[in-house]
Design a protein around this ligand. Sequence first.
Ligand code: ADP
Ligand code: MG
Length: 680
Amino acid sequence: MEWTDSISCLKGIGEQREKKLNKLGIYTVEDLITHYPRDYKDRSRLAKINELELDEENTFIARCKGNGETMKHGRFALTRLKVMDETGEVGLLWYNQPYMKTTLKPGEWYLFTGRLQKKYGRKEFSVSEWEGIGEHFAGGRIVPVYPSGEGISQKMLRGLMEDALGLMCGGLPEYIPLWIRKEYQLAERNFSIQEIHFPKTEQSFYDARRRLVFEELFLLQGALFSLKSFLEKGNNGILLKKQKSLEMFQQYLPFHFTNAQSRVLKEIEEDMSTGKQMNRLIQGDVGSGKTAVAMAASYWAIQNGYQSVLMAPTEVLAQQHYQSFSSIFEGLGITTVLLTGGQTGKEKRSALEKIASGAAEMIIGTHAVIQKGVEYHKLGLAITDEQHRFGVRQRSALNQKGEAPHILVMTATPIPRTLALILYGDLDVSIIDELPPGRQTIDTMAVTSNYHDRIYTFIDKEVAQGRQAYVICPMIEENEKLELQSVLNFTEELQQKLKHCVVSWVHGKMKPKEKQEIMEAFAKGEIHVLVSTTVIEVGINVPNAVIMLIENAERFGLAQLHQLRGRVGRGSEKSYCILVSDAKAKIAKQRLRTLVDSQDGFVISEMDLKLRGPGEFFGTRQHGLPELKIANMYQDMPILIEAQKAAEKLLELDPTLSLEMHQGIKVRFAQLMEGRKLEL
Ligand code: ADP
Ligand code: MG
């Protein structure tokens, strides 16, 4: 048997089972044996029948005395059977498994797990699991518990693992080069896989797990690094000229670029003028001026006769970008076109025509811009805003729209370096670490709900002076109906309390058009106080809004709170962020304190990561953290750092992976990059 063989070659796997296993992502023998346990149960201690403790889980070996019998008892069919060992005998009980009456053979020995219960007036052992023990039985053990699915029992999975591991006889290829295994003291692969399923000792389990965690992170990181060097090697990028025009662009803007913006533009210029394809991430705190950089790069591409496309995560943001781009580009004779899912058929058709004919030079939109049916005339630059909401797949979809257009991704989520390498390891990173001059620091305070009246008075006063406020209403667990209710109730309360204010609200489920109208009314100052759930779009820019009030602040991630705070402080007026929370927990208070004390996105995200761990830091999977089989990025951070070092060293030593000893790993990286498994 080969590790690449289909699982259907294993005993006991018919079409039905195969399908069910496929659902778990298990297709080949290798998939199967790298389906790692999520937990373990200690069955190494075997009890004797006279030692069975009431209501405790116990495992024991006993001999079947005879056939069993089944009785109806209400909704249940109770099947009973007697077993014995040298210390005595006990009655076994199964619920609704009448076939157990004759499954066990009288006189044979079996291993039973379950609980001794006092029920129906007698003590009986209710069996949760059993197995026959053959000649090879070597005592109880630690048993693995697997991530499972419908119609697949733990027992079946365990049996399959044993069969497969036995048949493979250690025949799995070892692809981590020996020198790396030596340097980082990693156990061998076959040993590790065997031990992760059926650990013999604590030490061997520990060694096995460490190796497999390392392997997973090393592969992920190495594949990303080699993808990057592959992209860099290719000389098939679009070569832009006319650097002068890029320098000229500055004069069309109402401000001077900050040093950080200029530096990043220089990096972009270098990328796009050397004939290689740019793959660059711009990280910059909210308000650091990423859009202006994207605009300059677009302008340059357009002056070279190419189209540029900017993809935003929401309709509202796309609209806003469309307005700021066209306000500058219009005067320069550049045609900007909007394409979103919310447009009418006619609007869309018109946009598509212009995109295909080349009449549209700057294209701005939502996901719609990478959908099928969008034909570009000559795409030279593709930009995505708030990249953390787009995956590699979408990026490569964009890639296929032209002949390898330059790629620029922009994100305001400051991500600690170690994690950024896993998320964006295939990209070059530019950081805008400076805010435009004259920015105010935002006074941030954390208060309890006792302060509500004072807060309302404060908002009233600010609005009387012509300012505006955002209110993020109490958060409700993922339930659209309740969420809507909560926005409505809270808006009503504010309408009563804030006598001099026009209070309105937006909600995620509103039609894009409706949402758009409200956002516009707010931007024009017709609405003073805007209540919403977290749907206040990441990049919204209303400089006249100076208050950000956030209810139940403890329920948000720090990075998210920081983002929300970034909605204010965009004009010349003093701005405030008020975090309302009645949370008593020390850690919750500490987290809000971080925000009060710091305005630096990187400091805040490091702290958030420390206090919460990356799973919660990123919220959900949509942020693109890859799904891992065994590693836990927070708990295994030290291993992650080692794996990154090892991957860097490997590619430094042998950039093209052409050495004989690196052939295994080369194949592995290629498989990962192919896509099916690198679901970033
Ligand atoms: P973000 O990085 O959050 O996308 P934006 O690009 O939206 O930031 O910029 C925020 C605001 O700052 C915008 O109103 C923009 O016009 C302005 N801005 C950008 N760069 C500068 C600069 N160098 N000097 C002054 N204002 C700037
Ligand atoms: Mg932005």
